[in-house]
Design a protein. Structure first.
Length: 387
């Protein structure tokens, strides 16, 4: 008895070959369909996804002349634009130089030595893993462990009061490693669909924040900070925690499926970080996937050093003024450390410095001088209006 074999199996024609053959045919009825089909053919995509896109294109092509054609075409054009711009294969080259990372962390953050040490350890392990992959035997062992869902280290989870540098230290990690940085604000997030995306059948169909972040990064290995994961809306917290668990679990995130994209995307090369003011409201399962790193508040002495050596020079650079345009007398710093009472972070101090520099910039632009000295006698002229 003979077994019938499908023609496509006999021909062993690949999806990309079928797409190119369709492009070369006379079947395409609209030039815009040919344009986006060509766009698909020129990008390296998974074979199953090419099949999916080819089915969508041929379907909308058959609808030409019908009332629903324009709506269907617009939907498919938007979808293919998103899918083809995703970084399926594009990665940035990691810089895992420990000395460079230490220099960047030191130049951007005062103190926090234990936090910096843990970050350097994290980068060191990535460096050793990269070296191991150059040895076939060690690479096979490492890959086998990773395929079983074992991770050499957990997701770094920065916990501390507002304004102490959780977001900025995450950015410094990305800068040190030469990776793109994406921040996803979870504070006030009211639906898991904001992370997961809306299905294309929905009127508000769009990708979730993870996919949007990858589109901005244009690489599949950015640093993604899940910011303020403790402040999600209470009514949606359970579902949001479920998505966070999938993102942070190496046994699941290699096939993350956004509802809009509707096709698995491998997030295993993304470096996820998380931050929170405290651990309340975070599920135990999510906490179990992360390594809690406490970010201590700053003393008055530390805030003065940060304001003098980091905040003031940065604000002056941002205005375009000469580096010596603003000078604070040493005894001024202690008088502006607590303008609104004790603050564990540096945001109040940063606003104060920003106000001083703005007022100096105005006076300089008006031609009233090139060098301004801030003293206890004139500091009130430069302080924010609300103080």
């Amino acid at each position: 008895m003979e077994v019938a074999i499908a023609p496509e199996i006999l021909s062993e024609e690949s999806p990309i070959d079928r797409l190119k053959k369709w492009l070369a045919s006379d079947d395409i009825q609209v030039e815009d369909i040919r344009r986006i089909a060509t766009q698909v053919s020129e990008i390296e995509l998974p074979s199953e996804l090419i099949n999916k896109l080819l089915r969508l294109l041929t379907s909308v092509n058959r609808q030409f002349g019908e009332a629903a054609f324009n709506a269907s075409f617009d939907q498919i054009e938007k979808y293919i634009d998103v899918v083809t711009k995703l970084p399926w294969t594009n990665t940035s080259e990691d810089n895992l130089d420990i000395d460079r990372a230490h220099e960047i962390l030191t130049s951007s953050h005062h103190g926090l030595e234990s936090v910096k040490q843990r970050i350097l350890e994290y980068i060191a392990i990535l460096r050793l893993q990269k070296i191991a992959k150059e040895d076939p035997a060690r690479a096979a062992i490492l890959e086998d462990e990773q395929n079983q869902g074992h991770a050499a280290q957990s997701v770094l989870f920065f916990v501390g009061l507002p304004g102490i540098g959780k977001t900025s230290i995450a950015y410094s990690i990305a800068k040190a490693m030469n990776r793109e940085f994406i921040r996803i604000p979870c504070g006030g997030m009211g639906s898991a669909l904001q992370l997961r995306g809306e299905a294309r059948t929905s009127a508000e169909a769009e990708p979730g924040q993870v996919i949007k972040g990858l589109l901005r990064a244009k690489t599949r290995n950015p640093v993604i900070l899940l910011d303020e994961v403790d402040r999600t809306a209470e009514q949606a917290r359970g579902q949001i925690m479920g998505v966070l668990l999938e993102l942070l679990d190496p046994q699941q995130n290699f096939a993350f499926e956004d509802y809009y994209v509707d096709y698995p995307f491998n997030l295993s090369q993304v470096m996820f970080l998380a931050s929170a003011n405290n651990t309340g409201g975070i599920s135990n399962a999510v906490l179990d996937r992360m390594e809690l790193i406490k970010m201590p508040g700053y003393s008055d002495e530390e805030k003065i050093i940060i304001a003098r050596d980091y905040l003031l020079p940065r604000q002056i650079k941002l205005t375009g003024m000469p580096a010596d345009a603003v000078e604070f007398e040493p005894n001024v710093w202690t008088s502006i450390t607590r303008p609104l009472g004790y603050d564990a972070g540096i945001r109040t101090m940063e606003r104060t410095i920003n106000s001083v520099v703005r007022k100096v910039a105005l006076r300089m632009a008006e031609g009233r001088g090139d060098h301004f000295v801030i003293t206890l006698d004139n500091i009130k002229e430069y302080m924010p209006d609300y103080l």
